[in-house]
Design a protein around this ligand. Structure first.
Ligand SMILES: [Zn+2]
Ligand SMILES: [Zn+2]
Length: 94
């Protein structure tokens, strides 16, 4: 694996990342404990990340796309917090 970077959606990322973005769009919901929640798309967060103007600063998706899993901008659909750090437990792709 080379660590060459490319620019995609205006964000510097590794060459395999556009494929990860593509795959992420197929994960439309997550299971948190016993419940299934629809994922929060970039631009639908309570916090304004500037989705109208820029791609996600962490994973490079554009407004209306799902974040790449483990993106630190993705909002937890259960509590509204940061998905990777909130206390809801693991969010499993379903
Ligand atoms: Zn993201
Ligand atoms: Zn949560």
């Amino acid at each position: 694996m080379s660590d060459d970077k490319i620019i995609f959606n205006g964000v510097s990322m590794t060459r395999d990342w556009p494929q990860r973005i593509k795959e992420a769009q197929e994960i439309v919901s997550v299971r948190i404990e016993e419940n299934i929640y629809p994922r929060v798309k970039f631009g639908e967060e309570k916090r304004d990340w500037g989705a109208e103007r820029v791609a996600c600063r962490d994973c490079g998706v554009v407004k209306g796309q799902f974040h790449v899993p483990n993106c630190d901008v993705e909002q937890c659909p259960k509590c509204g917090g940061q998905l990777i750090s909130c206390d809801c437990g693991d969010a499993e792709a379903v």
